[in-house]
Design a binder for this molecule. Structure first.
Ligand SMILES: [Zn+2]
Length: 286
């Protein structure tokens, strides 16, 4: 395995050899990578580029401050379980987005919180990407920490050329209630280039949209090559990879959320996929 790691002021670019999917997965979680990540560590690490077959996947940590999902977010987990996993004080997490280059197209998966200290645009810049370069935005769902970066403070679209894709049921759910102003404003700003897809559709760039309903009514997992973009399948990986039946309070349909979590964890394992999760701990690949 040929691993090259570059450390560049807060950025780790990791080039990996092209070999079997399982090998790649191990590389991302390898001790070399972890050591490189720890060498930068903490708040200063916020981007990472990995090559997964033909797909170039770039991670950006949108949150500037450390992120710990509070223990109270997982009320169904017993104190004994949390203690045994060392998670009584909370579960390590992040608010992450991914920028993927495949077939020459630049695809942004979700847009983070859009907070004043968001690292979305500065993170893209570390890869030489400006907002006008983003050709597609694929949304896993429409919670505020996933669509917040679509709009500037003045309510205009941040990405002037991006075609936006979201699942039909997700769009229908949020648009049915006028109280959902943030969602309505985001969709309105991109209304001339908005596309509603169905589960099973293949989107531009060869990205397959997969049914992961549970967290929200149209929650989507995307697969491109050997990369699986999880969205909010897991909010506390250290807990939910061990106990996929445990839901976060954010999951709107807990039974369905637990079912698809189990399904996609098994699917990723069986197919040697690299998982990219919006709330996986730093760096948000597994
Ligand atoms: Zn989220």
């Amino acid at each position: 395995m040929n691993i090259k790691t570059y450390l560049l002021c807060g950025t780790v670019a990791l080039a990996m050899a092209s070999c079997g999917g399982n090998a790649k997965k191990q590389t991302i979680g390898s001790s070399e990578t972890k050591a490189a990540v720890q060498a930068i560590g903490g708040d200063s690490l916020y981007t990472l580029a990995v090559q997964v077959g033909d797909v170039q996947a770039m991670w950006i940590r949108d949150n500037a401050a450390e992120r710990l999902m509070p223990r109270t977010l997982f009320p169904d987990a017993s104190d004994a379980l949390m203690d045994s996993l060392g998670l009584a004080g909370g579960v390590p997490s992040s608010v992450s987005v991914f920028y993927v280059k495949t077939d020459g197209a630049g695809i942004l998966f979700d847009t983070g919180l859009g907070a004043a200290d968001s690292r979305l645009l500065s993170g893209l810049q570390t890869f030489g990407v400006v907002p006008a370069d983003v050709k597609y935005i694929y949304l896993t769902h429409m919670h505020g920490d996933h669509i917040g970066g679509m709009l500037a403070a003045d309510g205009t679209a941040v990405f002037p050329n991006a075609e936006v894709y979201v699942s039909q049921p997700e769009y229908d759910f949020w648009m049915a209630d006028k109280a959902n102003r943030q969602q309505a404003a985001a969709m309105d700003a991109y209304r001339d280039r908005l596309h509603l897809f169905h589960f099973g559709d293949t989107l531009p760039g060869g990205v397959v949209a997969m049914d992961a309903v549970g967290h929200t009514p149209g929650h989507t997992v995307f697969q491109v090559g050997k990369l699986l973009v999880l969205g909010d399948l897991m909010h506390g990986a250290a807990l939910q990879q061990v106990r996929p039946e445990v839901c976060a309070t954010y999951d709107m349909d807990k039974e369905a959320a637990a079912r698809v979590r189990r399904h996609f964890l098994r699917y990723a394992g069986e197919n040697g996929l690299v998982m990219a999760g919006m709330h996986l701990p730093v760096p948000a690949f597994d």
